[in-house]
Design a protein around this ligand. Structure first.
Ligand code: G6P
Length: 367
């Protein structure tokens, strides 16, 4: 069927606004609400036997892999390596006996990711994929396929595919944690409960659209934009920077907040907007002190946090975005949405081709 934009101006905008629904659809496929437990499809192996997990992907899907590394190492006790497919495949990495390899791809057709899958298979890894297209090549060549229920994604810059990938990866992390005995029943129930509330919270985040449209005016003239985050916020900083680069053509970098003093701090003056991703989690104070360092050097800080975070430090920022206070675990899913909207509005303001940015393709099936 022909996909329309409905009441939206661009597919990207429509896809951003579909996120509460498609995250909900994806959760629905994997959560049993009655028991507050996660149920993934049966697998021909157990993660309890896995010695190591190797995650490979490209682009936005790679950043989903970085969030997953944090979740799986932290909550499930399994060591994870993550790499971009174009590096992984040519490095000929040794892969451990009993290893599992996970490939994340919206299209399921990205050539480098497929080549990496074939390499991992040749090295005896169990192959799991997370794809949005069930009949894709990557899905067909996997031992286990976990689907995102994002529906067709038309905009070249990935949005709803990413947040549904995170949703599936969260379910996978919980499952591995249960199998490994690192997550107790009540901990699983707490995470499931937090995940179940993500669609509602995502809808609340979308209410910031007008405010983010105004903030976009401050960014549209910048030459460089810095995105900072720590822990689960670090990959979201990189994803925010990627979104901005892709569709507004402004140079942006996502950096680990604690690493800023080793380089990017030299860039900071009044002309460089700094987007700080800082839910009030266990790393909040650390990120906050990096934000202070940036503000002290004249940086124009846009502070994305929650009620408790803003009441502590909101005054220091040039602008703030208040997200709902949620469990640390699910924060990266929600904090993605404002950085998508910000990039979108900057691009619209600049008049770029939002859905078809120059030089980029939706699915990269050639080298
Ligand atoms: C292209 C797209 C990106 C996407 C990447 C990986 O570069 O423009 O939006 O993240 O490919 O695509 P995949 O389909 O494998 O997730």
């Amino acid at each position: 069927a022909m996909m329309g934009k409905g009441n939206y101006n661009h597919f990207m905008q429509k896809e951003i606004f579909e996120q509460p629904a498609v995250i909900g659809d994806t959760l629905h496929a994997f959560i049993n609400p009655a028991t507050q437990t996660i149920k993934l499809p049966d697998m021909p192996f157990s993660f309890a036997d896995a010695t190591r997990l190797t995650i490979v992907a490209c682009g936005t899907s790679f950043y989903a892999g970085l969030v997953a590394k944090h979740w799986i190492e932290r909550y499930a006790g399994l060591g994870v390596d993550v790499d971009v497919a174009s590096e992984f495949r040519y490095r000929c990495p040794p892969l451990p006996k009993g290893g599992v390899a996970l490939f994340i791809s919206q299209s399921g057709e990205t050539l480098d990711t497929l080549a990496a899958l074939r390499y991992a298979k040749s090295k005896g890894q169990k192959i799991v994929s997370i794809v949005n297209v069930p009949e894709s090549t990557i899905a067909r060549e996997s031992d286990v396929v976990l689907l995102t229920y994002a529906g067709p994604e038309i905009g070249v810059a990935s949005t709803k595919a990413f947040t549904t990938q995170l949703t599936v990866l969260a379910c996978l992390a919980v499952t591995i944690g249960r199998e490994n005995g690192t997550l107790a029943k009540d901990e699983e129930a707490a995470i499931v409960n937090a995940l179940t509330e993500v669609p509602k919270h995502a809808a609340e985040v979308l209410h910031h659209d007008e405010a983010l449209k105004k903030l976009a005016l401050d960014i549209a003239d910048a030459r460089d934009v810095l995105y900072l985050g720590r822990g689960l916020g670090y990959p979201i900083a990189m994803e925010g920077a990627l979104k901005l680069k892709e569709i507004s053509y402004i140079h942006a970098e996502g950096y680990a907040a604690g690493e800023m003093k080793h380089g990017p701090i030299a860039l900071i003056d009044q002309s460089v907007p700094i987007i700080v991703i800082a839910p009030s989690d266990e790393l909040f104070e650390k990120t906050a002190s990096n934000m202070q360092e940036a503000a002290a050097r004249g940086g124009r800080v846009i502070f994305i946090s929650d009620g408790p975070g803003l009441s502590k430090l909101g005054d220091m920022a040039s602008a703030t975005v208040e997200l709902p206070k949620v469990a640390d675990f699910v924060a990266p899913i929600l904090y993605t949405i404002p950085v998508q909207m910000l990039a979108y509005h900057v691009a619209v303001h600049k008049g770029t081709d939002v859905d078809q940015p120059r030089n980029l393709a939706k699915s990269v099936t050639v080298e």
